[in-house]
Ligand binder design. Sequence first.
Ligand SMILES: *[C@@H]1O[C@H](CO)[C@@H](O)[C@H](O)[C@H]1NC(C)=O
Ligand SMILES: *[C@@H]1O[C@H](CO)[C@@H](O)[C@H](O)[C@H]1NC(C)=O
Length: 380
Amino acid sequence: MARALGVSALALLVCGYGVGEASCACANTSSAAALDLLLGEYDRAAPPAPLVRVRLALDVRHAAVDDAHAAMRLLADFHMSWQDSRITWNASEWGCEWALTSVERLWRPDVALVNAAAARAPVEPLRARVTSAGAVSWVDRLDVAIPISMDLGDWPRDIQTGVFKFASREHTADEIDITIDLDDVQYATVFESGAWEIVTLGGAALASQATEAGARRVATWSLALRRRAPALAAGVHVAAAAALLLLLAAAIMPPDVRVPVAAAAAFTLAIWLEGAVWQVGGGSCPRAVHLLGALCGVSGAGAAAAALVARVARLAAPPPARLRPLLLAASRLAVLSPPPEVSLGSEGECGTWVAAARLLDAALLAVLALALLVILCLYL
Ligand SMILES: *[C@@H]1O[C@H](CO)[C@@H](O)[C@H](O)[C@H]1NC(C)=O
Ligand SMILES: *[C@@H]1O[C@H](CO)[C@@H](O)[C@H](O)[C@H]1NC(C)=O
């Protein structure tokens, strides 16, 4: 009597959390041996019934978009449960309700992702849970990537959608019927730390697909992800606002000052665009776009250089004492190649500035030509 009480107390301790129901695991060596015996006579190649109903649930753990490959990667727990009446036992005889066993020992439905391949080699499968009533449930650890058509209209706050389709690989709807278990989906395990956040996981739907062998049931989940790039979004606004301000400022300035300000706006945007192209396309952005972006930057720099030269040439004030020797040397150099039009005073301080401007012009043009050469060598 005391021993029986002790056993029940132990059983209560082991099965303590299943209040009201006997949800006790087969941890007992004798029940494990009994399960081994049961599975020893089991034919894992044969399905448990002519028509097996499989319930599916998807529990997303992580999802992200690979910009460079236009693919959506999903790490998820794919829950499958079905009934196998060959694995049943008398719970009161065995003293336990359920057991964990290697899924390799059981028949399992060949339901898998059909619109893509696994991203990585499959890991050691988790064990299946079987109950005394013959209910089998198993979780497949998915690591898959599907191709998506990228829609970058709202970049950098764009939303990308991927559709994951699951179906039996070889069996028709008459042999394996699938249903989606909407109650069983848990969102709590999604950890958001990457560059993408899940907007919706849903649109879980069932459809029939005709194949050569017959109609096949297909379960689909659609997953929408939004890019999380607050710095990029802020960058877009800052760049656009800066360019707008510069253009407004240029509009109210006299024509000769308008050129450099407008050039500065163009240059700012060209630099920003070139940076953005790297962000969007990863390494896969067409080289032609990089080439055009770089040429755009050089054009802006050229306009700014011309404006600077014009500004220096128009200086009327005498040069500061410290700059004078330098400017004199510059004007002597510039005189070696006399300007075709000597409209501005050829003598005195103004002439010095003009000569300096000519020299500056030549130097800047040389730098720009060098930049062009480098760009052409890089991209052609
Ligand atoms: C299970 O075993 C107990 C005790 O051996 C027995 O009383 C009961 O009828 C059995 N249940 C079934 C469904 O066979
Ligand atoms: C172990 O299983 C046997 C039957 O297989 C049962 O008689 C025994 O009480 C179980 N022991 C425990 C501790 O549950």
